[in-house]
Ligand binder design. Sequence first.
Ligand code: SF4
Length: 358
Amino acid sequence: MSRFDLSRDELAALLEGEPSYRVEQLWRAFHLEHLDVSEVTTLPRPLRQRLALEPALALAWRVARESTSDGGATRKWLLEADDGARVETVLMGYRRRTTVCVSSQAGCAMGCSFCATGQLGFGRHLSSGEIVEQVVLAAGEAARAGFGRLGNIVFMGMGEPLANAANVLGAVARVNRDLGIGARSVTLSTVGVVPGIERLATEPLQVNLAVSLHAANDELRDRLVPINRRYPLGRLMEACRRYREATRRRISFEWALIAGVNDRPVDAAELAALARPLGAHVNLIPLNPTPGYPVAGTDAAGVAAFRDALSERGVNATVRHTRGREVDAACGQLAAGMEVGGLGRRRPARVAAPAPLA
Ligand code: SF4
């Protein structure tokens, strides 16, 4: 648990007997000024000393390791909790607007074959406060580094956000209310948890939905993304259609291009057939190498050809600039450099790569 799991009323209860404005002072200091209790000098020293010992005001995470790349503009933190849970958070600093990629679970149970986190197995869900704390950490670092204001949050770190939907949606509501980051600046990436998409369609939060598709026929998707066996493409596309109808928001499909596996003309044709009726935008990401999945990403010429094949079929596609490759902070790489042994985490099996299709 994190101090960011506390509600205002719970914080007020900890400050019982103090003037009521102390609650606002402390709330602002935590959420907007990125201060620790000992740094809130507007509070009297004896109060600071008392609050510094209050377990409910502790932070969940300590930074066990920081790596940087892109001249310091990309920073990845390995965060560790008292129970041994470890997650990774990535800050991508831009001059005008900064983005943080957060984790929603320690590890992941989905087992996507190409994904470094999937190769680790599942640890536990993160609480809403543990997610918000990652955003606050990144916002504070962005301010110190002189980056643009942290304005975008992507749930593309460790874990499947819609497998921990209650806590993730709670975190989105909190960053919206307490940090002033609108839900429209938040992107939830799911590998295809259909009940979660159905729930999102009924939520008032206007988040962006990114579906990590990676294959457009069930035979290949069963191999790359095992949850497809439970929620095959027919059900997934129907959930996307209903989500689009209910929210009127554009969906994006994420496609990690894997050489010889899902980067052929026939793959582009199948993908276009799914994306076009939904008006979905496609993000193409050349697969990043991970220790457990020894298949290369598509080369630059192949990526361009795939994008052009989509475009010829009326589908807009963007090749995503992958930041942080050298610190294992690129898509599908979180946890690639992490030691095994965190809470409840299984030793990663070497995952058999799908044979390239003829
Ligand atoms: S791609 Fe996403 S859902 Fe799949 S194993 Fe990795 S973190 Fe989990």
